[in-house]
Design a protein around this ligand. Structure first.
Ligand SMILES: [Zn+2]
Length: 617
């Protein structure tokens, strides 16, 4: 009917105030520092290494046990991941061939594994037991609150054929996509242990400093997490300009350091092109892609877009805290890692930019805020989808009427399918991948775009910046985004968090009837869905004049500012949720009203919009 959404998007992008960070004393998590020395045989795809892990117990309890993730053990016939793939109705196509699990048919030399071969704690041997993707370790001596201990491990692994995310020989011919590849300490934080088996998706980790040495065939170029410490010995595009590289022997040992990260990914290929783009007030951007003529143009054009995305996120969420970010061709789609991403590279330009933007946005939500993705995937995938939709709109000059339209479409399709599960569902426990995908990405994105409708767009952007500032490196939980929005807006939002994320209640408001009496028009509004919402109502008169009426929800105990400052707005009485109808009285005869519309922004996820509009014939 009327296109006001442009104004909303504009409002989203401007006028942000900075807020003073507060101390969240109740939050704590462990700290781990890794030193690893690993040798990879690029012919057999087998590797072995040593790991020294210094563990700091920041909890108030004494620990007798710790757990490591051994993700590569998921890529074996009969694993939980394999069985889940065989039993879920809509299995991930990348993991299937002719409808059958690709894991089930892996041979001994193609499967993945990761095993601890020796483990000591402060020099004493410890008892350890593999439960597929989790190593259970009974400590030789307890770690007291505030105590430190050193765990030394020898390990060996085999890189699986690429099935999902990580692996060898990707569909685009990348030799090594090394994610989830090392024995990784499980997180123990204010919510307890998180020793999740690796079944399909989502991660949670412990921040710490990584010192990693990788030895492999000298023809391979390596990119990923961490700052290279010996660039002038390595070359491969890392060296200072004009440096002559002298190599001896058949291998090179790459030495990387990465401070305060909860993951370490690397990828390697003998055919990588390596470009570096320095940003003036930001990180150095590294690009690694196969040396193929059909990729070169897109991957060169990707570079200024990567710079623009980094600037957009740093401005709208908060400053990126590392000095490097790498976009690496590899993996099986797009996946975020510390200071880097693995993406498939043989795409149309728009899709290449889209996947880079999405994965880069994860740096803030998955890596630096780092909500537990298994438990609250919507706070990671959803918030990432929200901010990357805005970023794409700006850096690709899309100027969409509603940059979030795709998320709303997906959500409505899920509701109509009857397969929706609440967002409190553990990421592995959705009945369908479809239901997980929409709940996490689309409904999670709408949590924010619709919150902007509830509290106002400038307050939403202020909320995101304050949330990042207050909760970076803390593993925030759902209540934290709600409390932040409450503090910023002065509006109570418990109803919003509970109905949207913990139930499958839907929103449906409608215009039930319009009547006239004594020269005044009564618009009878109806609440059909269970979920409460405040309403913006646009009224258009016979001369084409527009004005709005704002019906606050009583339990909000507050009001948003006028989202359409160029239009006259009348704030009418609150609507108390339990009442199924509400009479909005307009001081005009009916024949002077040509149109009425509930929520012209379409940011309220009303599942039936057919009843949102009245138009005079
Ligand atoms: Zn994502």
């Amino acid at each position: 009917m009327i296109k006001l959404v442009k104004k909303i998007v504009f409002a989203l992008l401007c006028g942000l105030t900075s807020l003073i960070a507060q101390n969240n004393a109740g939050y704590w998590q462990q700290h781990v520092d890794y030193t690893m020395d690993v040798a990879m045989d690029v012919k057999t795809y087998q590797y072995s290494g040593t790991q020294k892990l210094v563990y700091t117990n920041n909890s108030s309890e004494t620990l007798n046990r710790v757990y490591y993730h051994l993700y590569y053990n998921a890529f074996q016939p009969g694993s939980e991941m394999d069985v889940r793939l065989q039993t879920i109705k809509d299995g991930d196509k990348r993991m299937l061939v002719d409808g059958k699990s690709r894991i089930a048919s892996l041979s001994e030399s193609e499967m993945g594994y990761l095993h601890a071969t020796a483990l000591t704690q402060d020099g004493m041997p410890v008892k350890f037991n593999e439960e597929e993707t989790i190593l259970v370790v009974d400590l030789a001596k307890p770690i007291p609150p505030g105590g430190k201990t050193t765990l030394n491990m020898d390990f060996k692994g085999q890189v699986p054929l690429q099935i999902r995310r990580s692996g060898r020989d990707s569909s685009e011919g990348v030799a090594l996509s090394m994610s989830q590849w090392y024995p990784k300490m499980a997180e123990y934080d204010f919510e307890g242990w998180h020793s999740n088996p690796y079944i399909a998706r989502e991660f949670h980790g412990v921040w710490g400093d990584f010192d990693v040495k990788l030895t492999l065939d000298k023809d391979y170029t390596v990119g990923g997490t961490g700052y290279l410490q010996n660039p002038n010995e390595i070359g491969h595009g890392y060296e200072a300009p004009g440096t002559k590289i002298k190599t001896k022997g058949k291998t090179l040992t790459w030495h990387f350091k990465a401070p305060n990260v909860h993951d370490f990914m690397w990828a390697a290929d003998p055919e990588y092109v390596h470009d570096i783009v320095e940003m003036e007030n930001g990180p150095a951007l590294h690009f690694f892609y196969k040396n193929k003529p059909e990729l070169a143009e897109n991957w060169k054009n990707l570079q200024p877009k990567t710079k623009a995305a980094m600037e957009f996120f740093s401005k709208n969420i908060g400053k990126y805290p590392y000095e490097q970010y790498s976009v690496v061709q590899g993996g099986d789609g797009g996946m975020e890692y510390a200071m880097s991403t693995l993406i498939t590279g043989d795409r149309k330009f728009g899709s290449l930019v889209g996947v880079m933007v999405h994965e880069m946005a994860h740096s803030w939500f998955q890596h630096i805020l780092a909500t537990n993705e298994s438990k609250h995937s919507w706070m990671d995938e959803g918030f990432t989808t929200f901010i990357s939709s805005l970023c794409m709109d700006q850096i690709m000059d899309q100027n969409k009427e509603n940059p979030f339209e795709g998320s709303y479409k997906g959500y409505y399709a899920l509701v109509n399918s009857g397969k929706e599960q609440p967002q409190t569902t553990h990421a592995d426990r959705y009945d369908l991948n479809f239901a997980y995908g929409i709940a996490a990405y689309s409904k999670g994105s709408i949590f924010l775009s619709q919150l902007g409708y509830v509290i106002g767009q400038d307050k939403l952007m202020e909320t995101i910046r304050k949330y990042y500032d207050d909760f970076k490196f803390k593993h925030p939980v759902p209540n934290d985004i709600k409390r932040t929005a409450e503090k910023v807006s002065g509006i109570e939002l418990d109803w919003y968090l509970t109905d949207w994320t913990q139930t499958t209640n839907t929103i449906d408001y409608g215009i039930q009837k319009i009547t006239e009496k004594n020269g005044k028009t009564t618009i009878t509004l109806e609440r059909i869905g269970l979920m409460p919402m405040p309403l913006d109502i646009l009224v258009v008169d016979a001369n084409g004049n527009q004005e709005t009426y704002y019906v606050p929800l009583r339990m909000m105990r507050g009001e948003k500012e006028n989202p359409y400052p160029n239009l006259k707005r009348t704030v009418v009485d609150d609507w108390a949720w339990a009442y199924p109808t509400y009479d909005l009285v307009i001081d005009k005869p009916l024949d002077e009203i040509t149109g009425v519309l509930i929520d012209p922004s379409k940011l309220m996820a009303d599942v039936d919009q057919g009843n949102n509009v009245y138009q005079q014939n």
